[in-house]
Design a protein around this ligand. Structure first.
Ligand SMILES: Nc1ncnc2c1ncn2[C@@H]1O[C@H](COP(=O)(O)OP(=O)(O)OP(=O)(O)O)[C@@H](O)[C@H]1O
Length: 544
């Protein structure tokens, strides 16, 4: 394979008066994993959309192997050897892997029909070449997320992509799937592909990057060496020192406020997703619910909020039976809720930021009464929350859908934490959020606990659960398989997450060293070129 050198020279992209990319220079060498690190709204996705032909740059140049190129469509970028895996996959769920891989492919277009036999062979060849194990005959909708992502990578490779852009690819993956993705990324790099890897997760950057470019507020602010500590990377990213440790006093649990009694929840097909769960939550404590995604956490939170009626059992808040309440009434009962899928359940993209900040309150005083809305109050609240939660938006009147992912998340958290609460439930509260905003959201959650609110945090990020929770409940196949203190080792938590309940094994795991991301021993070509003057090198390990 002939490798490509890619250069972005002075790329500027404006949206009206907002400068999302400001004279960005970036060079991606052949055969490197180049990490683009930046806080929420820094302009990473915009830059990659420019590179992939989805946005036309306001000014600047894309140079491929020394040749200036103009990309008007994604097709132009693909022709130049660039592939992209988006955060939201673009697959046809009812088609097979092979069909998806060959769909829209040049060869298929030339033939005018899809040669299934050829498609299978292509997929099998690529699987063999890069160890991207996936069954070409499987229907995409039946595959777990990690494998669907692999199909997206195959799609790019079959189009002969030499530079692969991965936009926050691990946001949807389990720790095991992340390890697998890293293995694939390294194999691709070793075969001469270049990878542009966008992420906020500092551990991942350190584990897999050969080179790091940091962007802040649309500008390149420096490059960093992957051996830098997490603390160094964090402060370079957000432009100030960041505390990666959640500071909290020991919990002072009071009375039992919230209970689940023998709760069973079914999915749309009648399968048991939550199986006879009992839980008790006291005033002033944070219960972390850990588990690999898809073990009933989603259905559990849906049942608490009234989005899904339990098939059996009782849910009580402050002694009141809230099992059969509608979501509206549950919110009115004082439940604050951050849903796991902010785009579907958290915001209305077409509504403004200030409207989204009062979404479930808009017909209630002081924002409205009956069907009338008080725009002045809605705007006042908008200004206040944008400031308080540091929501990066052009204006409170911008559509929430135009905000970067992390800033949309801040809108949801700000809304849900800005009213008196009797219970706060957050699913993946910091998904897609940078370390600066994460520090702030974590502090707010602890403060909510400290005023006595019972808090439930559901997260697939073990670091987050361990840092926040006073007790950790691990879910596996719909059951709570163990409730442990946050001092439990990662090995113990990992066993419980895999459904292992054997006390002898768990006891043994208490003394094992922690499971960490597999950091490569011999990075291929970890440059630290002197292009920028804010390089960070070496230093002590971060704490997180
Ligand atoms: N289509 C658009 N119209 C208007 N503004 C936009 C558009 N796309 C992005 N922006 C703005 O450009 C800025 C950069 O956004 P971008 O999505 O590139 O950030 P990001 O670094 O990818 O952030 P995150 O990590 O939160 O996803 C943000 O202020 C965002 O609101």
């Amino acid at each position: 394979m002939t490798a490509l050198k890619l250069e972005l020279r002075g790329i500027t992209k404006r949206f009206g008066s907002l400068v999302a990319n400001d004279h960005i220079d970036l060079t991606v060498e052949p055969g490197e994993i180049h990490c683009l690190l930046g806080e929420n709204g820094a302009g990473k996705s915009t830059l990659m959309n420019v590179l992939y032909g989805l946005y036309e740059p306001t000014s600047g140049e894309i140079v491929v192997d020394g040749q200036p190129r103009t990309f008007r469509t994604a097709g132009d970028a693909i022709d130049a050897g660039i592939g992209m895996v988006h955060q939201h996959f673009m697959l046809v769920p009812v088609f097979t892997v092979a069909e998806n891989v060959m769909l829209g492919n040049e060869e298929t277009q030339a033939l005018g029909w899809l040669d299934r036999r050829r498609a299978r062979k292509k997929v099998l060849d690529l699987v063999a070449e890069y160890g991207l194990e996936v069954n070409p005959d499987a229907t995409v909708e039946d595959l777990p997320v990690g494998l669907q992502q692999r199909v997206e990578i195959l799609k790019a490779l079959v189009r002969d992509a030499k530079v692969l852009i991965l936009d926050e690819p691990t946001a949807v993956l389990t720790p095991q799937e992340t390890q697998e993705l890293f293995r694939v990324m390294r194999a691709l790099r070793d075969s001469g592909h270049s990878i542009v890897f966008i992420t906020h997760k500092l551990k991942e950057v350190k584990a897999v990057a050969d080179r790091i470019t940091v962007i802040r507020r649309g500008k390149v602010v420096g490059s960093a060496d992957p051996s830098s500590s997490e603390t160094e990377l964090a402060s370079l990213m957000v432009g100030r020192p960041v505390d990666l440790v959640v500071h909290k006093e020991p919990a002072q649990p009071g009375e039992v406020r919230f209970t689940l009694e023998n709760v069973t929840v079914l999915d749309d097909f009648g399968n048991v997703q939550v199986d006879s769960v009992d839980l008790e939550l006291r005033e002033g404590e944070i219960l972390g619910v850990a588990g690999v995604q898809g073990n009933g956490q989603t259905e559990l939170t849906q049942a608490i909020l009234g989005l899904r009626r339990p098939a059996a059992g009782r849910i009580r808040l402050d002694g009141r039976d809230i099992t059969a309440l509608s979501p509206r009434k549950t919110l009115d009962a004082g439940v604050g809720f951050v849903p796991e899928d902010r785009q579907h359940d958290g915001i209305v993209g077409e509504f403004t930021v200030s409207e989204n900040l009062v979404l479930d309150l808009v017909t209630r005083p002081p924002y409205g009464g009956g069907i009338a809305i008080n725009p002045k109050k809605v705007r006042e609240n908008g200004y206040k929350r944008v400031e308080e939660f540091d929501i990066r938006t052009q204006s409170i009147d911008s559509p929430a859908g135009s905000l970067s992912g992390g800033n949309q998340q801040k809108v949801v958290v700000a809304r849900e934490m800005s009213r008196p609460l009797r219970l706060f439930i957050a699913s993946q509260p910091t998904r897609g959020v940078d370390v600066g905003a994460m520090e702030f959201i974590h502090q707010r959650i602890v403060a909510e606990r400290d005023v006595g609110t019972p808090v439930v945090i559901v997260s697939t990020e073990l670091d987050e659960v361990v840092a926040l929770a006073d007790r950790i409940a691990v879910m596996y196949r719909g059951r709570i398989v163990g409730i442990v203190p946050p001092t439990a080792t990662r090995e113990q938590l990992g066993l419980l997450m895999a459904g292992v309940e054997d006390p002898a094994l768990l006891e043994k795991a208490a003394t094992r060293p922690s499971l960490e991301l597999d950091v490569e021993d011999t990075p291929r070509d970890r440059h630290n070129d002197g292009d920028n003057d804010t390089d960070t090198t070496g230093g002590e390990e971060g704490q997180a």
